[in-house]
Design a protein around this ligand. Structure first.
Ligand code: ZN
Length: 480
């Protein structure tokens, strides 16, 4: 009798354990009902849909009358809400500060980032993120910046010639970086050696167009993306050669201890660039960028903050409360070496340049050039997560439709990264990186900021949890 009881108990226990194990391998499906899907393929919004997520994938998606809700599912009634793909910020930096701040991306529906200056710490973070022990965006990691022999930023790899350039590419590939980041002061010879060696090594290269190289040449050489519109305006000038020589000269003969030429030195060049803009030259360049699939990551967010940084509105941005104190100090224009010496006239000029750059984005977009949304997080007033939404607004102001802007942060990054079978749209079979919005972003792009729920790899993060994330980061930032 006693034995039979023990046996039965053991059997019940085994069954329970088995059921538990099954539950762990086959998680409860997550289902959004009555949701409007904006899949980011370019198709119009689809109302009254059901989206079924099993594990980390979208396993079923269709109109309410056609899709069956699995019995044991966790159902989210999304009546009146809009489902978009998880967003990507394609130009991000984050180094010396706590990784906890990366939650700002998650809390803002940013489920992927392209880190534009990689370091060993990013591989550690990526490992934790992919193992699921740390909830933060997916990461694509650039190499250490490769710049000329006297780099702008300490810590860059400086290369002076072809041999050094090739060595750098080989080493960075061995270190595991996803692509090579090229920078402004690379000599021509070194730049084209990087392009050639990167191709041989099967590694993309992207970044700034160096002053020594024309944007058209960079495009032909296979540079995958051009950041901050570097080289574009110069390449649209009737006096391009002269401009490049001018910048080259200004950067080659820097006074001891100076990383950038003084505004007095670059002022006439910037003016010339604006005054000699040629529609004909731009009409030759843009189709070339399109043909070569040279993506533009204009980072209007950082271009704007650079041009307007003396505007007190920036110092009063309420989102500063989420930033580490040290960064807040660094963002003060009076402490930044890039802005310290600017006069009021320099700021006027910087604003004219910014206005022209916004125009360029519109022109290139109309010419069929492809765009990526990026911000330059960690630079002044580029907030992790929040600023990606600023960038979408700026892209729409520049002439993209809300759908185009949305795609610049979803489908386009997926295409750019060759990951479109896994991410970038809301479609059956894709990884469930999703954002549920309270209002329609195709009506007003600002509605991407009205986030209700985020899903990362199929894991649901409801509003309360997103708010908790923000509160935790705020406490960290303020040393509480
Ligand atoms: Zn950057």
């Amino acid at each position: 009798m006693k034995k039979a009881f023990v046996l039965m108990l053991l059997m019940v226990l085994a069954a329970l354990l088995f059921a538990h194990a099954r539950q762990r391998t086959q998680p409860k499906p997550l289902v959004f009902t009555h949701v409007t899907v904006i899949d980011a393929t370019g198709a119009p919004a689809k109302p009254e849909m059901i989206v079924v997520i099993t594990g980390d994938r979208i396993t079923e998606l269709g109109p309410t009358e056609r899709v069956r809700v699995p019995k044991d599912a966790q159902v989210v009634d999304a009546t009146g809400k809009f489902l978009i793909p998880g967003l990507w910020d394609m130009h991000v930096h984050w180094y010396g500060y706590d990784k906890a701040y990366l939650r700002l991306f998650t809390a803002n529906g940013v489920t992927g980032v392209r880190v534009m200056w990689g370091a060993p710490i990013h591989f550690e973070w990526r490992k934790e993120i992919e193992e699921g022990t740390f909830l933060a965006p997916r990461m694509v990691i650039a190499s250490t910046i490769v710049d000329g022999p006297k780099p702008i930023w300490p810590g860059s790899i400086g290369v002076a010639n072809e041999a050094e350039a090739r060595q750098a590419v080989i080493r960075l590939r061995r270190d595991g970086y996803d692509f090579i980041k090229v920078y402004s002061l690379l000599p021509r010879e070194a730049y084209f050696a990087i392009a050639d060696e990167a191709k041989k090594q099967g590694l993309p290269f992207a970044g700034h167009v160096p002053f020594w190289v024309s944007a058209g040449e960079a495009s032909d050489a296979g540079q995958r993306s051009i950041e901050h519109l570097t080289g574009i305006l110069a390449a649209c000038s009737t006096r391009e050669e002269e401009l490049r020589k001018g910048f080259e000269d200004a950067f080659s003969n820097l006074p001891q201890g100076q990383r950038l030429p003084s505004p007095a030195r670059t002022r006439p060049l910037s003016r010339m660039m604006l005054e000699t803009f040629s529609v004909e030259k731009s009409a030759a360049l843009f189709p070339r960028l399109k043909r070569n699939h040279t993506w533009q990551c204009p980072t209007l967010t950082v271009l704007r903050s650079g041009a307007f940084i003396n505007d007190p509105n920036f110092r009063n941005d309420p989102r500063l409360k989420y930033m580490p104190t040290q960064l807040r100090t660094q963002w003060d224009p009076s402490t930044d070496f890039r802005f310290r010496e600017r006069t009021a006239a320099d700021f006027d000029l910087a604003r004219l340049l910014y206005k022209k750059q916004v125009e360029l984005v519109g022109m290139m977009h109309r010419a069929g050039v492809e765009f990526l949304a990026g911000t330059d997080v960690e630079n002044p007033y580029c907030f992790p997560g929040f600023s990606l939404h600023d960038e979408l607004v700026l892209l729409v102001e520049a002439g993209l439709t809300p759908m185009d802007a949305l795609q610049a942060a979803t489908l386009n990054p997926a295409r750019f990264l060759g990951k479109e079978t896994d991410i970038g749209t809301v479609e059956k079979g894709k990884i469930a990186d999703l954002v549920l919005l309270e209002a329609n972003p195709l009506e007003d792009i600002r509605n991407t900021q009205r986030i209700n729920t985020v899903v990362i790899r199929g894991k649901l993060i409801p509003k309360a949890e997103l708010e908790q994330m923000l509160a935790t980061v705020e406490a960290t930032a303020n040393g509480k």
